[in-house]
Design a protein around this ligand. Structure first.
Ligand code: NAD
Length: 571
């Protein structure tokens, strides 16, 4: 790609935010605006794109991959540069259309409309499988956007940390009198999502053994403070975990190895493990590393013979899931952590693969029933002080919620920011709009700088994913994908700054449809309108979706908060 003199992006190149020769991108900080419109709505989108590609945030930024196997921020470097040029020159009443990471059109709409609409990786259902998707991707026609990668809402491992923390807190509450203290937890995968597990387990008092095949990922987690120590010896890992759990102390241990080999070995040795789960990238058999080969051998085989790689990968997942069921039969609490590994093992011929539940069905659904989910914000000027002020605010506003307060205090202590300083707090229906309006007021008064608000697609009303978020819905509506589409349409009507619909995040192509959003609060009256509307309808549809499926908590919220839901019959 030749950078022509005089392109808008040159301004960012000169300032060192982007280097086209090395393909490196850095988060943009400071108060100076770079877009011609002089509008923080557009500048905010530009900054979130740069933020997700910052090397402290993205796992493989040179290939535009942010997290989750191959979840990308945009299609290719040409598309990246064109998106940047377009954002820098579009007007405050324009809407940019992005098709699977490629900017395809700009239309004049109106000021309160989204500045960007996106669709990522969508395929007509009959063609929606990995093989066909990869063929289209090779032709340069599409892109895998995962959940928050392709809509620029990824905030590093913290984003998933609270959800993971809450999940293990629920596990502790349900099975171990409220704490994992004295318990060994076995899991795998220290990637961008899975990397939250060791810290979340430790925050809940447990001793975590986390199997990871790539030493660099272990080092990355130690560097960001998510993992205490590591070893390549099974004996040492067991010894350390047992010592800490006997003392009732939390610790996190990275164990360099392949989960498909280590899980059966730990089962064979009869180690006393209380909880077992996994976050290898099982949703994508070409990302999961098969047993019995080094990382280099795996990479070589993947490019030489992807079909054989896939077979070996599925066979290894089968071994791993067999061991997980083995732990379950011995009395451990076992659940799938959102990566579709049960389905993969089932396809590889293991008929008992679905013996244990998914994590949403087992632990998260009660929060979704209340419209609660992974709400998050980032300082668009890159000022950590903004986050400190908002930490105080959120604690003050919701101090009756002890779980929330404990989380924010823990996050302050343990979480290192990646890219733009940010915070995630699971807020529910009513709480999100209240807090959004409060943020905008603080921006208006100059107490803090402009703030981006977003959320994961793993949320109350924005995802259809029958092996994860919508597994085992009361009325059997697990695979109904109208809801995420309605969510995106509604957020567009309500005026989110950007709105996106994706396919295949979390569990892989063919298994999910989901929607996301970005909302920039710049202290204006328009931001008040956007915040009030978007932060009401977005979780509101989640409450309605769950009430429609028959959940009583959601029906109660509809009644108490006066949500107009004409088809919900109150019992
Ligand atoms: P990632 O690609 O960033 O990391 C996966 C890690 O697993 C890598 O470090 C890789 O080296 C390691 N790995 C691969 N094969 C292995 C093996 N056989 N044994 C041990 N380690 C192995 O992925 P991620 O973003 O961490 O996501 C992990 C999985 O969790 C994905 O399937 C993703 O879709 C799913 N996910 C879960 C949630 C959730 O809420 N729990 C949310 C999003 C995604």
């Amino acid at each position: 790609m030749v950078i022509m003199f005089g392109r808008p992006i040159d301004k960012l190149i000169q300032k060192g935010y982007y280097d086209p020769s090395t393909r490196s991108v850095r988060a943009i900080r400071g108060k100076e605006l770079h877009v011609e419109s002089g509008d923080w709505q557009i500048e905010g989108a530009l900054r979130m794109l740069f933020h997700v590609l910052d090397p402290d945030v993205a796992k493989d930024p040179k290939n535009l991959i942010v997290y989750g196997g191959t979840g990308k921020a945009c299609r290719n470097w040409e598309a990246f540069e064109t998106i940047v040029d377009t954002l820098m020159t579009m007007k405050s009443d324009d809407t940019l259309v992005i098709q699977s990471g490629k900017p395809v059109a700009v239309f004049t709409t109106h000021r309160l409309a989204p500045r960007i609409v996106m669709a990522n990786a969508l395929l007509v259902p009959k063609w929606a499988d990995w093989d066909y998707f990869l063929e289209l991707e090779r032709k340069g026609l599409t892109m895998y956007g995962q959940m928050t990668a392709g809509c620029w809402a990824y905030i590093g491992t913290q984003g998933i940390l609270q959800g993971t923390y809450e999940t293990f807190a629920y596990v502790a509450e349900k099975h171990f009198q409220g704490s994992l203290s004295g318990r060994i937890v076995l899991t795998a995968g220290l990637g961008e999502m899975g990397g939250a597990q060791p810290l979340a387990i430790k925050m809940n008092g447990g001793a975590a053994i986390v199997v990871e095949v790539d030493k660099r990922m272990i080092e990355r987690r130690i560097r960001f403070g998510y993992l205490d120590t590591w070893t390549d010896s099974i004996d040492s890992a067991i010894d350390l975990a047992e010592r800490y759990s006997q003392r009732g102390e939390g610790i996190s241990i990275g164990l360099l190895g392949n989960a498909a080999e280590v899980y059966p070995e730990l089962l064979r040795r009869g180690v006393n493990i209380s909880v077992v789960t996994d976050q290898t990238p099982a949703h994508d058999p070409l990302s999961y590393v098969p047993a019995g080969m080094s990382l280099e051998e795996a990479m070589e085989l993947r490019s030489r013979d992807p079909e054989r790689y896939k077979r070996l990968s599925l066979e290894s997942m089968k071994r791993q899931v067999e061991a997980m069921v083995g732990f379950m039969r011995r009395g451990a609490v076992v659940f799938e952590y959102g990566n579709n590994i049960r389905k993969m093992a089932y396809e590889a011929g293991y008929k008992d693969a679905f013996s244990f539940p998914g994590f949403v069905q087992a632990y998260i659904r009660p929060m979704f029933e209340e419209g609660r989910g992974p709400f998050r914000w980032a300082s668009l000027t890159g000022d950590p002080r903004d986050i400190e002020i908002l930490d105080d605010e959120v604690i003050e506003m919701f101090k009756h919620n002890r779980r929330l307060v404990r989380w924010v205090e823990n996050a302050r202590r343990y979480v290192k920011f990646q890219g733009l300083p940010s915070r995630v707090v699971w807020l529910g229906y009513g709480e999100r709009s209240l807090f959004g309006l409060r943020i905008n007021e603080l921006v208006k008064r100059g107490v803090i700088g402009p703030i981006w608000i977003g959320r994961d697609h793993l949320d109350t009303g924005s995802v259809a994913s029958p092996y994860r978020e919508t597994e085992g819905m009361l009325d059997g509506s697990d695979a109904i994908a109208d809801w995420p589409i309605l969510n995106a349409l509604l957020n567009t009507a309500a005026g989110a700054t950007w709105v996106c619909v994706h396919h295949g995040g979390g569990v892989g192509i063919g298994y999910s449809i989901h929607a996301g959003l970005g909302l920039v609060l710049d202290g204006t009256r328009e931001s008040d309108l956007r915040a009030e509307r978007v932060l009401t309808v977005d979780p509101g549809l989640g409450v309605v979706r769950h009430a429609d499926a028959g959940y009583e908590t959601s029906k109660r919220i509809i009644r108490e908060k006066g949500i107009r839901a004409p088809s919900i019959k109150q019992s």
